[in-house]
Write a protein that binds this ligand. Structure first.
Ligand code: CAA
Length: 258
């Protein structure tokens, strides 16, 4: 499939989606968002892919929704098309793990896109922010919601109300990102994590992702019950038997993905 705003690659069981609109710092125009959704769905359905990386350029993961594309929209336009539409949320429907590898700017919709992924690995050059307030609007794809759950009220309010950016180390301390690495090893580090995940039992990985995600949608008591049932369900898998037998026999497990 030929894409205009992204590049896709498949390597060692990992699907890589690279945002590629250098002339606009990867601003998320409708065509780009559509292509990301298509590429994600394709990798999700590909049995050779066990993990997906979403990344951008050295200068920008993505500088937000495309301001030039939306600047002339009226209230009627955005309400009628329900902008930001479900297209933006495709990443959250992907069942395989999705890693955001962020270098440079992750602003507005860029920060929101990264937060839709399962975890973020950041280059030490990464900058995160929700500058929508400076444009006379507010975040529309999770900046007031996912960000608040990720970093808590005070920092989320600060970022959304001032439009200021934070650096990678601050994002790490706040729990927004999982790991900070030198910029020149970002892709390597993201690949390392992705290959680790792709090399595990895929049904177990899928079950684990589903269980962690439940924590954001339910009470602790409900979540604990859900986790327990999913934990029990892994005992129906050949891979659970294999994983524990391999440990006891001091050998590497041979996953069958069933
Ligand atoms: N939309 C459209 N074009 C953008 C863009 C965006 N979000 N961000 C950057 N660009 C374009 C610039 O207009 C410029 O294009 P031209 O060369 O044609 O003028 C090109 O990308 C390079 O950008 P700059 O010259 O501005 O680069 P810089 O290094 O001086 O500054 C920056 C970098 C600080 C990221 C600056 O580009 C910037 O502030 N961008 C906008 C960030 C922003 O406000 N994002 C939020 C968007 S709204 C949103 O995302 C809503 C939501 O919740 C979904």
């Amino acid at each position: 499939m030929a894409y205009e705003n992204i590049q896709v690659e498949k390597k060692d069981g990992v699907g890589i989606v690279t945002l590629h609109r250098p002339q606009a710092l990867n601003a998320l125009c409708a065509a780009l968002v559509d292509e990301v959704g298509q590429a994600m769905r394709t990798f999700d359905a590909d049995p050779e892919v066990g993990c997906i990386i979403l990344t951008g350029s050295e200068k920008a993961f993505a500088a937000g929704a495309d301001i030039k594309e939306m600047k002339d929209k009226s209230y009627q336009d955005v309400a009628d098309e329900d902008f930001i539409t479900d297209d933006w949320e495709v990443i959250t429907t992907i069942r395989k793990p999705v890693i955001a590898a962020v270098s440079g700017y992750a602003l507005g919709g860029g920060c929101e896109f990264a937060m839709m992924c399962d975890f973020i690995i950041a280059a030490d050059t990464a900058k995160f922010g929700q500058p929508e307030i400076k444009l006379g609007t507010i975040p529309g794809a999770g900046g007031t919601q996912r960000l608040t759950r990720a970093v808590g009220k005070s920092l989320a309010m600060y970022l959304c109300l001032t439009g200021d950016m934070i650096d990678a180390e601050t994002a790490l301390r706040a729990g927004l990102v999982a790991k900070v690495v030198p910029a020149d090893s970002l892709q390597e580090e993201a690949m390392k994590a992705a290959k680790t995940i792709a090399g595990l039992s895929q049904p177990v990985v899928r079950t684990c992702k589903e269980s962690v995600n439940r924590a954001f949608e339910t009470t602790l008591a409900e979540g604990m019950r859900f986790e327990r049932r999913l934990f029990h369900s892994t005992f129906a898998l050949d891979d659970r038997t294999e994983g524990m037998s391999a440990f006891a026999e001091k050998r590497k497990p041979n996953w069958k993905n069933r």
